[in-house]
Design a binder for this molecule. Structure first.
Ligand code: SF4
Ligand code: SF4
Length: 275
């Protein structure tokens, strides 16, 4: 079906080139008793508004990712998504030297986001904390943003909201309001958890109730979240400890806020070294 194939096209193999680079370079929020409307947060900002303030980012350690897709499933449960709606995609990839690995991709929350630039009605916008958000009441479904996104991070909802995500209750329960049919949807770094968590004195990236569901659900700790401007946040510490981090498609100058620790090349065996 069109919806399926188009949304799976969101998984377009944009990562091949990134992976060559890689080779070369080297859940449920307790207490949420009602759904949160993502449109409740209407504060619009620009990239400069939050310099010096909080700037949310994610680090994904590819070496720890086992491709289980729990991150994707938790995201689907929390956002009440059907099986053919993916805000987060996990693909199996290979390094130049033929080593397999998994690449998990949420929205990159670009600081220079092509999706924001092309939207004719400002339905997608920067929050002051840098999250690229959606105003679903404004979206006219033109899909310019979906075409402009170089990461295949956006999905168009062809269908009416479903009762219950097939990933619930196993991976969590719905936490945000359903979106109307005919709009483009995307990952929002679980901004509802961040906002509510901060209101309750919690620390996103540290306290589960204030941290994106994908990060909480990951069984291997491959995903780390936090404030990039806080040197004591989990993400700042993880980035400082990593030998190398990279971002996808740096050449586009989109300034993603999702960082990766690339696969560490396996040491050569004696036989390989001698051949
Ligand atoms: Fe927009 Fe795509 Fe960047 Fe997300 S990854 S902010 S949807 S351009
Ligand atoms: Fe990888 Fe963690 Fe996602 Fe599983 S939950 S696919 S290990 S990032």
């Amino acid at each position: 079906m069109q919806a399926d194939s188009e949304n799976k096209a969101g998984e377009k193999n944009i990562t091949r080139r990134d992976l060559l680079k890689v080779g070369a370079a080297l859940l449920g929020a307790a207490g949420l008793t009602q759904f949160v409307g993502l449109n409740d947060v209407r504060v619009r900002g620009s990239e400069t508004d939050h310099e010096g303030g909080r700037k949310w980012g994610m680090l994904i350690d590819i070496n720890k990712c086992i491709g289980c897709n729990y991150c994707t499933y938790a995201c689907q449960a929390v956002n009440n998504l059907a099986d053919d709606m993916l805000y987060n995609v996990v693909t199996a990839e290979e390094t130049q030297s033929g080593e397999e690995f998994f690449l998990s991709r949420p929205c990159m929350q670009c600081a220079e986001a092509p999706c924001v630039h092309v939207c004719p009605v400002q339905a997608t916008y920067y929050r002051p904390d840098g999250i690229v958000a959606m105003d679903y009441d404004r979206c006219i479904g033109c899909r310019y943003c979906q075409v402009a996104c170089p990461y295949g991070a956006r999905v168009f909802n062809w269908k009416d909201p479903i009762e219950l995500s097939p990933k619930s209750p196993d991976f969590g329960m719905q936490e945000v309001e359903n979106r109307p049919r005919g709009v483009v949807e995307k990952c929002h770094f679980c901004s509802h958890r961040i906002d509510r968590g901060l209101e309750h004195g919690l620390t996103p990236g540290v306290d589960h109730d204030a941290t994106p569901a994908c990060v909480v659900a990951c069984p291997t700790g491959a995903r780390v979240f936090g404030d990039l401007n806080d040197s004591e946040s989990p993400i700042a510490i993880a980035r400082a400890e990593a030998t190398v981090t990279l971002r996808l498609r740096e050449e586009l100058s989109t300034e993603p806020r999702v960082y990766y620790i690339p696969p560490t090349p396996k040491p050569e065996t004696d036989q390989e070294a001698g051949s």
